[in-house]
Design a protein around this ligand. Sequence first.
Ligand code: PMT
Length: 433
Amino acid sequence: MNVLTGRRILVGVSGGIAAYKTPELVRELRRAGAEVQVVMTRSAAQFVTATSLQAVSGNPVRDTLWDPAAEAQMGHIELARWADLILIAPATADRLARLAHGFADDLLGAICLASTAPIALAPAMNHVMWQAPATRRNLELLAADGVHLIGPEVGDQACGETGPGRMSEPADLARAVTELLAQGLEGTARAPVHSIGQNQPLLGHHVVITAGPTREAIDPVRFISNHSSGKQGYALAAAALAAGARVTLISGPVAESVPVGVTLVAVESARDMHAAALTAAPGSDLFIAVAAVADYRPSTVAEQKIKKTDRKESGLSLELVENPDIVAAVAALPDAPVVVGFAAETHDALAHARGKLSRKGLDAIVVNDVSRQDIGFGTDENAATLIWADGEITLPKQSKADLSRAILDTLIELFMPRFVRQLANTNPDNAAK
Ligand code: PMT
C-alpha cells in the first residue's frame, strides 16, 4: 500500500504563476491515494481557477475566512485539525514572509497557525527574490520552526531569467510528500528538522569559508604571499549557497567575483583573517578553511620602502614570526561548528593531512596535491581526498565547482545531525523541545 493511501493533505495555493501546475499536483496526490482539500489565496485565483481545483480534488475549494456557509460545513479550525500534512504549492515570497511571522489574516495563514500538522513549502519566485536577504531571513525562521522545504529548482523562470526559484514538478512534490509522511512525522509537534528538498539541505544553516591567499607586509609596497587564486574557496561558497546555507566568505585579495547572496569579509593578512574568522564562526554550523594562510610574517613592517642601499654586505635578511593558526583557533572554540581544513601537500599527502587533522582538532580535512600543474593552485580543476576520523573518500579530478558539491554532499552526509543540533542550540525554543 502506498504511504499516501488515506492520508489527508491540505494543499494551499498562493498567488504565483506556478499555480497553474497545482491541479496536476492534486491529481498526483489523489492518484497515490491521498484525500485532498484545497485552500487558495485571493491572488492564486489570478493564476488558476477554483473550479478546476474542485474538479481534480473532488472537494469544494476554500478561499476566504469570511464565508459563513463554508465555515458552517468545515470551519478553518476543523480544516487545520483534519490535515495530516499541509503542502503550500506554490509558496510565494509573500507567503513565506507571512508564515514566518505568523500572520493569520487570511484562511491559509489561519489554518497554518491553527494546525500541528507538518508544513511543507514548495517555493516559487524570481531568483533575485529567492536570494534576497529578507527571504533568507524568513527561510531561516521557518526552518527553525521545523517547516519543510521542497525545492525550489534551478532553471528558466517565467520572468525570462535563469536561477533558483522554479517550483518543483508535481511528481517530485508528490514524492517528497510521500518521503515526509514515511518518516512518521505527521501528527507530531514540529521538530527542528532540516529541509527535505533535494537542493536545499543546508537551509537555515550558516557556513563560514576562508579563501584565497593572505598578504604579509614587508614594507608599504612589498608582501609575502602565495599562488592561491581563491577559485576553490569561492566555488565552495557558491555550492554552500546553492545548498541553501547563509554563507560568509572571508577572503584574501583575489580576482574572483563574489557569488550573489554570499556575504564577503575582505581581509589582507593572516591576523585580519584570524580576527574575522573568530567573529564569524561562533554560532555557525560549518567552518571550512580553504585559504592558503601564510604561516609566517615579517616580525616588523618597515614604515618606508626598503631601499637597496639598506641591505648589508650579506644581503637582506627578514626575521619571520609565526602567524596564529586560524582553523585550529576555530576548532578550539567552545561550541565550535563542524570544522574542515584543507591541506596543500607536495609529498606523503595522506600522512601529512592526517597529522593536520589531529593536530588542529579538525572534524575533516580535504587534501590536494599542489605539486601538480593541472590541479591545486590557480587551476579550474582539482582532485582531492576527504579524510575524517574513521574514513576517507577519494574525489577524482573535476571542476572546482563539481568538487565543491561532492565535498559538501559528503560533509552533509557525515555531519548533518550535528548541524541540526547546532540549529536547535541557537534557538532557545527548539532547544526546549
Ligand atoms: O585558491 P586556489 O587557487 O583555487 O587553490 C586552492 C588551494 C590549493 C589553495 C586549496 O585547495 C588548498 O589546499 N587550501 C589550503 C592551503 C593551505 O594553506 O594548506 P596548509 O596545509 O598549509 O594548511 C592546512 C589548513 O590550515 C588549511 O585549512 C589552512 O587554511 C589552515 N591554516 C593554515 C595556517 C594558518 N596560520 N591558519 C590556518 O587556518
